[in-house]
Ligand binder design. Structure first.
Ligand SMILES: *Cc1c(COP(=O)(O)O)cnc(C)c1O
Length: 535
């Protein structure tokens, strides 16, 4: 890259770099990890700022009484490099020391992680659990990430042109950047205006509760104002202080993560005055992490993919056998569904009409592997898991629930199944990336027209759509409509093709891989960030 290529600091609560480095929870982290890998592979000057979580996110298993068990473990990593640097953040009136670690495997791009687990801290556990505990701890974590993150960059003497806040968690970094300028003699509004030239923001979720907000009083009590005054803070984020609104007002430009999400986000935040423009940059995946090279190469030459895919399918069946003792049939269709158990994703929609699905499960014409992880406090998500477990009990040969969804299982399933099912309520999924992983491996997507799929779906060519983009007036109307459509498409198109037209199936696999492999790569995504928001 040329000398004037902007140097970017990329702030994120989570990074999914590999399965055993437990500083991620789900899609946001995987995206951040894939972004950093793309920066490295393209030799781009990106510095990641994150947190060294002591216990990471929940590990979740089903015990032999079919109960959901949440566990947390302490992790040590021998590959973290001690930078020798510590920065301080004042939280709840106390000084919190944050040690800065470097993750040393990133070439020209780098990742630094802040850590409060130090003997001298009375608040060692701030960086204990990713998305754990309650509001005060969450704010403290976000102060460490944002305020501590900027201070770490200064202590490391990094020269930064652009501060990229990936999701609202990082917006306190904006307070620190403004505070620095006030310290150099600018007045608050001038400092804010000037900072905006260097800040960009990515919004990630159209789910209201996913867009955190906090009362001004609690922010003041936590010392999150970082020396700025209350009215000024309210101008940035409102009262209550909305982290997304703040990100939009602190930045020169913002983006949503798919074309469809761009429309939703613009409607959702239209009343936020003085905000940056929200454009769309669709997410992408790191092909070296998620793609099967042999399949991608064979697809490019338009060779037959069925046999290559069968190897991945058998490997996955073997894994499932080892974990669950269930032997799936390699010559029957296998559907995969794996993601967070967030209710809008409707992990059990396919079981909503048991009369329809029962004969297909009994005859093993349809086999399903499901892996879901619910946030420990997401009781609706846990109900969905329990419903699936009860279905598994009835059809143990064809419905398999795989424990503890993580990157390793994600990779195994997005290579090994035949069809990747995705059925969020339309407009609720910002993008979705697991379907991209499937698509580049010749696993055909069957999905509602939400997130990235309206851009990528050429019905019956690259996969199938469910529901025609219908948006119901109520959730139950939506669910009934989409459930019907799901059975209709599954029976009349998916099963029909799989069992009666293997040629067409192969052609669809080839079309899926070739259409998606460049378009949904993190390489394309990061170049768009440079072209459309950083410069
Ligand atoms: C890819 C991936 C996700 C994101 O999947 P979505 O379909 O976008 O929800 C979440 N968790 C893990 C472990 C993944 O590998």
């Amino acid at each position: 890259m040329s000398r004037d290529c902007p140097k970017v600091a990329y702030f994120c609560m989570e990074f999914g770099l590999n399965s055993d480095f437990k500083i991620y929870a789900g899609g946001l982290g995987i995206l951040a990890g894939d972004y950093l890998k793309a920066a490295k592979e393209n030799n781009l000057p990106v510095t990641g700022i994150g947190i060294r979580w002591k216990q990471g996110y929940v590990e979740q298993h089903i015990d032999d009484k079919q109960r959901i068990v949440d566990s947390f473990y302490n992790y040590e990593y021998d590959f973290l490099q001690d930078t020798g640097i510590k920065v301080n953040v004042k939280i709840r009136g106390r000084v919190v020391h944050c040690k800065v670690w470097k993750v040393d495997c990133f070439g020209n791009s780098e990742l630094y992680l802040l850590d409060t687990d130090l003997r001298e801290n009375s608040d060692r556990w701030i960086t204990g659990q990713l998305y754990g505990w309650f509001e005060e701890e969450r704010i403290a974590q976000e102060m460490v990430l944002g305020i501590g993150g900027v201070r770490a960059l200064r202590a490391l003497k990094k020269d930064i042109d652009i501060y990229h806040f990936n999701e609202g968690h990082a917006v306190f970094a904006g307070f620190e950047l403004i505070r620095e300028r006030i310290g150099r003699g600018e007045d608050a509004h001038e400092a804010w205006r000037n900072c905006r030239n260097n800040i960009v923001f990515t919004t990630h979720t159209p789910i209201i509760e996913g867009n955190e907000s906090h009362g001004l009083d609690i922010l003041q009590y936590m010392d999150a104002y970082d020396g700025l005054d209350r009215n000024f803070i309210a101008e940035i984020g409102g009262n209550p202080f909305n982290m997304t609104a703040a990100g939009l007002r602190l930045s020169k430009k913002s983006n949503a993560v798919s074309a469809m999400h761009g429309r939703t986000a613009n409607a959702m935040w239209k009343d936020v005055h003085n905000r940056s423009e929200i454009i769309s940059i669709t997410n992408g995946i790191n092909i070296n992490t998620w793609g099967d090279k042999t399949i991608i190469e064979a697809a490019r030459k338009k060779e037959n993919l069925l046999e290559l895919h069968m190897k991945n399918k058998i490997r996955m069946i073997q894994h499932v056998y080892e974990e669950k003792g269930v032997e799936l049939d390699k010559d029957s269709l296998i559907i995969g569904f794996a993601r967070r158990a967030a209710p809008y994703k409707r992990g059990d929609l396919i079981f909503s009409n048991e009369e329809k699905i029962s004969p297909l499960l009994k005859s093993k014409k349809v086999q399903i592997i499901i892996s879901l992880k619910a946030h420990p406090l997401d009781f609706t998500g846990k109900e969905i898991i329990k419903h699936i477990l009860s279905i598994q009990e009835k059809y143990p040969q064809s419905v398999v629930f795989v424990n503890n969804y993580n990157m390793e299982k994600g990779a195994l399933l997005t290579r090994g199944v035949d069809v990747w099912l995705n059925n969020p309520r339309v407009t609720k999924e910002a993008c979705g990336t697991s379907g991209m992983k499937a698509a580049v491996n010749g696993v055909l997507n069957l999905s509602t027209l939400d997130g990235w799929w309206p851009e990528a779906c050429w019905d019956e060519v690259t996969g199938w759509q469910i529901g025609n983009g219908f948006i119901g007036r109520t959730e139950s109307e939506q669910d009934i409509h989409d459930g019907k459509s799901l059975y209709d498409v599954l029976i009349n198109k998916v099963l029909e093709t799989y069992y009666n037209d293997k040629n067409k199936w192969n052609e669809m696999m080839v079309a899926s891989v070739n259409a998606m492999v460049e378009r949904y790569s993190a390489d394309r995504m990061i170049m768009e960030y440079y072209d459309k928001v950083y410069k």
